[in-house]
Design a binder for this molecule. Sequence first.
Ligand code: NAP
Ligand code: F7E
Length: 410
Amino acid sequence: MLNFQCLKFMCVFIFTCINIWPIIGADLSIVINASDDETKMPPVVASTNTAQKLILVESIPVSISLPPKKAMITGIAGQDGAYLAQHLLNLGYIVIGTYRRTSMDLSRYFWRLDKMGISHHPNIIFKTCDVSDSSSCFNIFQEHPDVCEVYNLAAQSFVKESFTTQTSTLDVDGKGPLNLLEAIRQKNKAIRFYQASTSELFGKVQEIPQSETTPFYPRSPYATAKQYGHWMTVLYRESYDMYACCGILFNHESPIRGEEFVSRKVAKAVAQIKKGIQECVELGNIDAKRDWGFSGDYVKAMHLMLQQSTPEEYVIATGKTYTVRYMVEKAFARVGMIIRWEGSEDQERGIDTATSKIVVKINPKFYRPAEVDLLIGDASKAERELGWKAEVSADQLIDMMVDAEMEQTL
Ligand code: NAP
Ligand code: F7E
């Protein structure tokens, strides 16, 4: 009887190790020799498949200690880098956060991580890596060949800027993912790779709403560079049997969004106008429509995409679209100001109905050579297969951003 129990335990143990090994991405010998530190248990419960395998672990009277999973985030100092780092740290990961060298004081450069209270987290290791430089990408995997997951968020991400920095945008947003994929292929093909693709790929939209099967029609140097990175990711998956996939994320914002993007620009201006620090905000095309969600929600989808049994592309969106004009009205309304519009095109003005002061002006310098007029995503595949759904609505997001600016503005 004892021998039978023993044999049963051994079989279950070996079966479990074999099954969880590809998911945790760890070397089998490491699993067996793992330390006793239970607090560093990696976050393997993500997909239904994984959860089922863990039930097996729970049904035997022993606990297997696993080493923490290591993930690399390129562009960790950016908006999504900060939210994703926080999410992965909460899940028990060790995070290798890469950034490109800067002459700026690092304590200022990592302001987003500071705000989130994670810049000194013991499980973050910061490393320099310029993704546009292939040797830089090789070196980082030479140093950290044992990462399980790589999230490539590094990019020149401002669409308007890409019209004047076409070549460097291509180097970072197009060649960057290629440099990382090639380094992974040569150093450790088992590493799972996430590429930050974008709804900008849909550009002059060929279908409403846009889903994973909607054809691309990029409308900026940013989007064309991202399209190269997107297809390189698919190509490496199909050619070299790598776990590489792209998240096609629609606009997502937060109080730590870069100030050049319209959501943060509007939120900040509204707070300053309300407090009498600024008179008016100048904007470009206020009739453009976007599907705006919250970055904190969207980074969870990135993580889920790397926990599946097969790598695939997913659209991540709220499924609702609003004009920039609506965003402006809603942001002012949050601080009790009602806007009336007068004039048309470049001469259009937003007027505060209470004071009759002009608080919004149109300035053609913010127009783009080619515009993306309408984006609205269909994220039903993500909901079905990842169990992901946007939690924060555009209205809640605008309120959150205006409130944060009201608190910050002196
Ligand atoms: P972000 O705030 O602009 O962050 C991008 C990060 O990439 C920055 O920290 C930037 O560092 C870094 N970077 C730039 N060039 C680099 C290089 N050569 N090597 C290494 N790092 C470099 O962008 P985000 O909003 O977090 O977006 C994250 C990713 O998702 C980007 O790839 C973006 O294109 C994509 N995306 C964003 C959205 C969105 O709505 N937020 C939607 C779809 C896709 P510096 O500060 O030094 O420039
Ligand atoms: O513009 C219009 C502008 O710069 C949104 C990036 O994260 O999302 C982002 O790209 C809309 C555009 O974001 C101003 O013309 C009007 O139609 O906030 P944005 P974006 O270009 O949509 C995608 C998914 C990404 O992948 C990108 O990396 O707002 N707009 N007036 C303005 N935009 C800005 N920035 N400033 C204005 O004054």
